[in-house]
Design a protein around this ligand. Structure first.
Ligand SMILES: Cc1ncc(COP(=O)(O)O)c(C=O)c1O
Length: 415
């Protein structure tokens, strides 16, 4: 069995099946390139996450707030709403899309960075929504937006703090600490020393502080566990300081970041241990929280989607072998083009395993050297017309795709 096989992706007679349907048949019927998502797999992933947090004591709500930036497809949103999820939205556009899918305002938290007063005005139209501020400097903008709207109902606010340490699968996805490993200054969150002043200012201006939030980064593996645990400790300690200063919090939001497995040699983040650690520390803290929140994006969606592409021809040049496909990374699965460290397994739907392997690069049709889905892969040699499946394409693929080179963004099929 291949490491990536699961209930969604199966191999029968050396052919790839997606939820029991041959991938090639789907490609023939709907054309390529095509995103194919499995609603059942999204729900399986959600169930696994709920299971990890199932030891939560009675009286402590566990809110799973889907980070919809991963994949804002309306039908996926509706499925997650029905399954009990909340929403992490990062722009007024995402707030609107969540409302359109049916999420009630009080299940949406808006977390914005580099926010304008106009952005705040747009989201403050919804009186039950929670606003998560990312900078002390946002508080005056928030107050100005309330004044402009003549808003009477007090705004529920949370503070995204930066606990001083972060982790992610690459520099661009580390979102806490002072700098990324590559030296980029990190723009997110309120620094430690400013958290209490921020709460005091919010209260003074008539806002209702209800939560503390952190998000360390994205794509954690087993190696990231000790840092994730340390950040849980810091969060609980900070919440205790706030309680001592008179701020009772309704919730602590630990963000997302826990990654699914993208490659065979990657050791999976120990989700059950992480959940147990959060639950233990929160229970021991005496904080009297009503809820804890996690904000998964990748975890729920990545493994529930693939991109199907067609091999147009094989090309040889200077000793390189290319499978030239009818799609471009930027328009479909942009992660490998944006993040050098991103890896997506590529499977030939017509011959999944074969003794005779070739070393080849799966190249897209864009005018850019970085437009490769996979470089120097050892895989069964494809033929012109073969369908390839790019795996783990359910999260941060369609939502990050562009029309670069004026190529269209593919359609999406939900099985
Ligand atoms: C505030 C916030 N929460 C949650 C997430 C989701 O992260 P992931 O998809 O790694 O779970 C992100 C991702 O960027 C984020 O910025």
């Amino acid at each position: 069995m291949n490491w990536w096989e699961n209930e969604f992706l199966k191999v029968k007679n050396n052919r790839l099946y997606l939820e029991e349907q041959p991938a090639e048949e789907i490609a023939r019927k709907y054309g390529t390139p095509l995103y194919v998502y499995s609603r059942k797999q999204v729900l399986r992933n959600l169930r696994a996450l709920q299971e990890a947090f199932s030891p939560a004591p009675a009286g402590l709500e566990v809110r799973i707030a889907y980070a919809m930036k991963a994949n804002p497809h309306g039908s996926i949103l509706k499925t997650l709403l029905k399954a009990g999820c909340w929403i992490d939205a990062v722009s007024p556009g995402e707030v609107e899309a969540a409302l359109k899918a049916g999420f009630p305002e009080n299940k949406i938290m808006f977390t914005g960075t580099s926010i304008s007063r106009e952005d705040f005005e747009k989201v403050l139209k919804y009186p039950e929504l929670t606003v998560n501020i990312d900078a002390v400097e946002q508080i005056d903008l928030l107050a100005a937006a309330c004044k402009k709207l003549r808003r009477r109902k007090p705004v529920r606010v949370s503070v995204r703090w930066n606990p001083g340490l972060g982790r992610g699968f690459c520099s661009k996805t580390v979102t806490a600490g002072s700098h990324s490993p590559d030296g980029t200054p990190i723009k997110f969150g309120v620094e430690d020393s400013q958290v209490l002043p921020a709460f005091r200012k919010l209260k003074r201006l008539g806002f209702v502080p209800v939560g503390l939030h952190q998000h360390l980064g994205s794509g954690w593996t087993e190696e990231d566990f000790p840092v994730a645990v340390k950040a849980v400790d810091r969060m609980v300690k900070k919440a205790k300081e706030l309680k001592q200063a008179g701020f009772w919090l309704e919730f602590l939001d630990f963000g997302g970041g826990f990654g699914p497995k993208y490659r065979e040699d990657q050791r999976l983040f120990p989700l059950a241990e992480y959940a147990a650690c959060i639950l233990d520390k929160v229970e021991d803290s005496g904080l009297g929280l009503k809820a804890i929140v996690v904000e998964p994006g990748k975890y729920l969606l990545a493994s529930a989607g693939v991109l199907l592409v067609k091999v147009e021809y094989l090309k040889k040049s200077y000793g390189n072998l290319f499978a030239c496909v009818n799609a471009g990374t930027y328009n479909t699965v942009p992660r490998p083009a944006i993040y050098e460290e991103a890896y997506h397994e590529i499977v030939n739907a017509a011959r999944v395993d074969s003794g005779k392997k070739a070393r080849l690069t799966v190249a897209g049709h864009l005018c850019e050297t970085g437009d490769v889905f996979g470089s120097e892969r050892s895989m069964p040699a494809p033929r012109g017309g073969d369908i390839l499946a790019v795996l783990m394409a359910g999260a941060y693929c369609r939502s990050m795709a562009s029309n670069f080179n004026l190529r269209p963004i593919p359609g999406e099929l939900i099985l």
